[in-house]
Write a protein that binds this ligand. Structure first.
Ligand SMILES: Cc1cc2nc3c(=O)[nH]c(=O)nc-3n(C[C@H](O)[C@H](O)[C@H](O)COP(=O)(O)O)c2cc1C
Length: 203
């Protein structure tokens, strides 16, 4: 700032009465308190985070809920319009066809608009070594440029090429290392401390 301008402000400041200075101080304080209240309402950050997930048998849902709670983030489920077969073998066969053909199922209207969030945590089960088709569909509807994305997966131990597929699908975003959480018959095998460590890195 030029020295002349600084000198001018100092001159005005010296001329100000105590009442005027007190008035300006009050305005400044009130606006700061207002910012703090708004920030608290948003979950302590400047902008709230979004945890979005797809889950067919509940593993990913359980993790997503815990992450959203820890981060005080908005939580949103991706649901397909169609229902998947209950029979596991039939489901696995259908999943293979869908993944290999690049099929994207129609998804139900979403609770939040992901475009309005800077930081998005995406949860998916691993289907045939990649993210589930419903998540592929969701990702195709969002503008990823400039966003920070933290993907996590639940799986039976074979993550496959899920991390590189995420990086390709989320082009333009800053993508964190993918968290892999192993489940065995509905029971989490990966230590919860590993999940907590990964969540602690979310900014
Ligand atoms: C169609 C299909 C394909 C799967 N492919 C894999 C896989 O490639 N690697 C793996 O480790 N687990 C695989 N699984 C197991 C799921 O990733 C695992 O059970 C996951 O935790 C399910 O998540 P959910 O309960 O949220 O639906 C597959 C499951 C299904 C239904």
């Amino acid at each position: 700032m030029p020295r002349g301008v600084i000198a001018y402000f100092l001159y005005i400041y010296k001329k100000m009465s105590f009442q005027a200075a007190f008035f300006l101080f009050s305005i400044f304080t009130i606006s700061q308190i207002h910012d703090i209240i708004i920030s608290e309402q948003l979950g302590g950050g400047v902008m709230k985070k979004l945890v979005v997930y797809y889950s067919l048998s509940g593993n990913t849902r359980a993790v997503a809920k815990r992450i959203a709670q820890t981060l005080r983030a908005d939580l949103m489920e991706i649901r397909t319009i169609k229902t998947y077969p209950d029979d596991y073998d039939v489901l696995v066969g259908l999943g293979e066809k869908e993944v290999k053909s690049g099929y994207m199922p129609q998804i139900a209207p979403l609770t939040y608009d992901a475009n309005e969030y800077d930081t998005i945590i995406i949860g998916t089960p691993v289907w045939w070594y990649t993210y589930a088709p419903a998540v592929k569909k969701f990702m195709s509807t969002v503008r990823w440029k400039g966003k920070k994305v933290y993907p996590f997966t639940t799986n039976g131990g074979e993550l496959g090429h899920t991390p590189s597929d995420f990086r390709k699908a989320l082009r333009g975003a800053v993508v964190s290392p993918v968290l892999s959480i192993r489940f065995n018959e509905g029971v989490q095998v990966t230590e919860e401390s590993d999940v907590k460590e990964w969540v602690a890195e979310i900014k």
